[in-house]
Design a protein around this ligand. Structure first.
Ligand SMILES: [Zn+2]
Length: 614
């Protein structure tokens, strides 16, 4: 059964502008019809569960809005055109239609993020996302809800609704240009952090320049949103998925080509299809870095994951006069159709012991007998790279890895796991296989203290090692040891390393294969953390991953299979601050590597220091 629901109602398309208004003319019913057509065209609608609509009750709307406002909007179906126009003009950039009362009731004109308690604003009649968050809290007894707002505009309505509320964390990035961009509010800047007990739960990341790239957005994800989101540990996440920030839509309107593409890409991702490759990822631009730096600094005291940073604000660019520029028209812009998100027919395969097969049968395909061709292939590999290997156990490792690799290489499966008895032979074998075929770059995540027998000097292998003791030598900027304390690593520390080092490195390196190696049992890593990071790494290499596990108990094997097969990883619970010594180790690596790996840069001071050193 599909895990993704889809809400669509023809009724929505009846909402349209009945008079001339240059600002509102872009809010057209075609936005909905072209998006729905595109979903049908790609067969995506059939893969979702159709969720029927219903009218919201007055009680639900009153969770956010005032009685007076609700009553006023309720009158609109009975108004003459003239009265409707007069009614509309008291609000900013919005219009009412005789059916807008009904339509807005369907909670389907998402996300409504500009609408406020007593007024409509910015095409938003009711604040749907705020109503939904409060409804979920009330009816499902939720304690923590996260709202991520990637619309190009700041959702001031959501901010006003929750700024004193610590149970709803609101994160918005938005075009700001030092308050030159609508809604032109001082409170849309990074220093609005929430009020009273809601302090720290309102996170604004203003973009002060146009033309932000994937690197800028990834920087915001890894250095602001994800660390705070993991620490907060929401039970439910809403996304205000305004696509006016997409390519082809820099005027903050609605582009009828990029909109359906964006909608389809989002549904693909919700359905677990392989994520597209991101190329040319590097450091954020100076303006983006400054915003990331400032929002981290201003929230330093609110979040444990930021406690180690210097809370100094960089205002260097704020005083500069913003260049006034003519808005470009977008009609001339062309961009390629997104690459199809095709997936191998099967997601996950495993080669494990007979007893473990029973545990995994639901999550993945357990490979049975090895084919003569696989054995032949394994013999070739042995002759070429492992001439000194003659014992049965090691030979079996090579055969197991080869047989699973063949399935990945031939695109029969997306990823897989092998339980191995010799982790070094298996790892070396996998690296050689990858080098010899489709994989130009391999990311190796190694959990364990051993000296890892892979060569990182040719730039084709990036090795990130989570360990307890410092390795005797660090080979290159492609070798990243992360030394953590304690017998069982702190979840917060591991996540700080994953979000601050591993993921930025992984996205910038852009591997075609991820090898995840657990060298000896859990090696200090909790099962839930391993499951989380396995899920997160599915975002690179189009999900092409091979996990090699040695000495792990069945929980670990099961969790690996589940995460590889797309199941959501178990929660880590709200995280405390990472251990100070661990943060020091992570920061030391970040400083060592940020010249080569630009996505690791998250502070203007680091960058300034770096240029002084040169
Ligand atoms: Zn918008």
């Amino acid at each position: 059964m599909s895990e993704t629901g889809l809400v669509y109602d023809e009724e929505m398309t009846r909402y349209k502008l009945l008079w001339t208004d240059p600002v509102c003319k872009i809010e057209v019913p075609e936005r909905l019809t072209v998006s729905h057509e595109a979903l049908k065209c790609r067969g995506l609608d059939r893969r979702c569960v159709c969720v029927p609509t219903r009218q919201a009750t007055d009680q639900e709307i009153l969770l956010v809005h005032s009685k007076e406002y609700l009553e006023a909007v309720s009158q609109t179906p009975h108004m003459s055109l003239e009265d409707l126009l007069t009614f509309t003009q008291q609000y900013g950039d919005v219009y009412f239609h005789p059916v807008s009362h009904d339509v807005a009731w369907h909670q389907q004109l998402p996300p409504g993020h500009h609408s406020q308690r007593c007024e409509a604003s910015g095409f938003c009649v009711f604040n749907n996302v705020a109503i939904a968050a409060l409804y979920a809290k009330q009816h499902y007894k939720l304690n923590r809800v996260l709202i991520v707002d990637w619309d190009i505009h700041h959702g001031q309505g959501v901010q006003y609704c929750f700024e004193e509320d610590s149970s709803v964390l609101y994160f918005s990035w938005h075009r700001y240009e030092h308050q030159q961009f609508w809604p032109n509010l001082a409170e849309s800047d990074y220093d609005s952090v929430g009020k009273g007990k809601g302090t720290g739960f309102n996170i604004n990341l203003p973009w002060n320049k146009v033309g932000m790239t994937s690197s800028d957005y990834l920087s915001a994800f890894f250095h602001v949103l994800l660390p705070i989101a993991y620490e907060f540990d929401p039970e439910l996440v809403f996304v205000c998925a305004g696509f006016d920030s997409a390519i082809g839509d820099p005027e903050g309107g609605y582009n009828l080509t990029s909109l359906p593409q964006s909608v389809c890409q989002t549904v693909h991702t919700l359905l677990g299809d392989p994520t597209p490759e991101l190329r040319d990822i590097g450091p954020p631009c100076h303006s983006a870095l400054e915003s990331v730096h400032n929002v981290r600094a201003v929230h330093q005291r609110n979040w444990g994951c930021l406690k180690h940073i210097e809370p100094s604000i960089k205002r260097s660019r704020v005083d500069e006069k913003v260049e006034q520029h003519e808005e470009e028209t977008t009609e001339h812009l062309v961009w390629p159709e997104p690459i199809p998100r095709d997936a191998p027919p099967l997601r996950t395969a495993a080669r494990v012991s007979k007893e473990q097969e029973e545990l995994l049968s639901e999550a993945c395909l357990c490979l049975g007998e090895k084919s003569p061709k696989d054995l032949e292939e394994a013999e070739k590999i042995r002759n070429k790279h492992f001439q000194d290997v003659t014992d049965e156990k090691s030979l079996k490792c090579i055969q197991d890895v080869v047989s699973l690799w063949e399935k990945i290489k031939n695109k029969e499966v997306r990823n897989g796991l092998v339980v191995v008895s010799d982790v070094f032979v298996s790892l070396k074998c996998a690296v050689e296989l990858a080098k010899n075929s489709l994989s130009e770059r391999t990311l190796v995540l190694f959990v364990g203290d051993d000296i890892v027998p892979v060569d990182t000097n040719d730039g084709k292998v990036l090795l990130v090692q989570i360990c307890r003791k410092e390795p005797s030598e660090v080979k290159s900027v492609y070798h990243v040891p992360v030394c953590l304390n304690k017998d069982v690593f702190s979840c917060a520390s591991v996540m700080a390393a994953v979000l601050g080092l591993l993921l930025p490195l992984a996205y910038e390196f852009n591997p075609s294969l991820v090898l995840q190696v657990m060298a000896e049992g859990s090696s200090g890593l909790k099962v839930c953390v391993w499951a989380q990071l396995t899920s997160l790494l599915q975002g690179v290499a189009q999900g092409t991953a091979l996990a090699l596990l040695k000495g792990c108990d069945s929980d670990m094997v099961q969790a690996t299979a589940a995460s590889l097969s797309g199941a959501s990883a178990p929660t880590l619970g709200p995280l405390g601050p990472p251990l100070t010594e661990d943060l020091e180790a992570i920061e030391a690596q970040r400083h060592r590597l940020q010249k080569r790996w630009g996505l690791l840069v998250n502070s203007v001071s680091d960058k300034e220091k770096e240029s002084q050193d040169q």
